[in-house]
Design a protein. Structure first.
Length: 285
């Protein structure tokens, strides 16, 4: 009995010693981690002291607009006509053909990176609309996106691998999916969804989610559709006058560039603190 008690006490003491060693090892590991993090932070602080402070600028204070609104992808090249107008905040990419007097408004995205997109003359793509073309369509129909002449596409629409005939109206926030088609002189009401492969016949008004037939267009309504597109072209003329080659805004840009110190932050794309008082006075005066 005495020998068993002594053996049991020895086992308990051994367990306590092992537990103490494990706790000590864990505390040592935590201390090593904390010390490593402290050393890394100290090293970063020393490095930052030897470098000039990083300055940021709000987008509203940016001097130049550096966004590229036309992007070519390899052999997929954007083709435009001088009479067309693409807003500075819009982006047109890849195999896109833009014909006469077409207007693509603010924050639109036209992506011809997978297939071709054609936008006919006097058509307008209004704000925040996205036009895309898939590489293939599940319906078996052509996957390219084709928009006819004198078409008005409202704000916030999504058009993907669809075909829109001449003199059509697509209401705001509408969606046209792969293989859908609108024949000439047809109207899709705002907020409608045209499912894949669905056809809107000529002279009809469709609406809903999914879109369904509502009524037929009158003769006066059909005649008003091209006039609507031409009215947008008149508004575009006012915008286009602010851009090259009609506008002289490039002269202001050249004067500002000449007034900047070559080592200033604006030249590097940061801020305007590098302009000397004399040069800035010359530019403003």
């Amino acid at each position: 009995m005495l020998g068993r008690r002594i053996a049991s006490q020895l086992l308990q003491e051994t367990g306590k010693i092992r537990h103490g060693l494990s706790v000590l090892s864990l505390s040592q590991q935590q201390g090593f981690v904390h010390s490593s993090a402290f050393l890394a932070e100290e090293e970063q602080t020393k490095t930052s002291r030897n470098q000039p402070p990083v300055k940021t600028i709000h987008i509203e204070d940016e001097v130049y607009n550096r966004q590229r609104n036309i992007l070519n992808l390899g052999n997929r090249v954007v083709k435009t006509i001088p009479s067309s107008w693409i807003a500075p905040s819009a982006v047109v990419v890849g195999d896109v053909d833009v014909y006469e007097n077409v207007s693509i408004w603010h924050n639109c995205v036209v992506r011809g990176d997978l297939n071709s997109i054609r936008i006919g003359a006097f058509s307008n793509i209004q704000d925040r609309t996205v036009i895309h073309a898939a590489s293939t369509a599940p319906t078996g129909l052509p996957a390219a996106t084709v928009i006819g002449q004198r078409v008005s596409i409202g704000q916030g629409c999504l058009i993907r691998s669809a075909t829109i005939g001449d003199a059509c109206v697509v209401g705001d926030r509408s969606i046209l999916l792969e293989g859908s088609r609108m024949e000439s002189q047809s109207v899709l009401e705002p907020g409608s969804v045209l499912p894949p492969g669905r056809l809107v016949p000529s002279g009809q008004v469709w609406a809903g989610r999914p879109a369904k037939f509502v009524r037929k267009l009158s003769k006066d309504e059909k005649a008003a559709i091209p006039e609507m597109a031409e009215d947008v072209c008149k508004v575009v003329d006012e915008y286009a006058s602010e851009f090259l080659p009609q506008s002289g805004a490039y002269r202001e840009a050249e004067e500002l560039r000449a007034a900047l110190d070559p080592s200033s932050a604006v030249v590097r794309g940061a801020d305007v603190q590098g302009i000397s008082d004399d040069a800035l006075g010359k530019f403003q005066g």
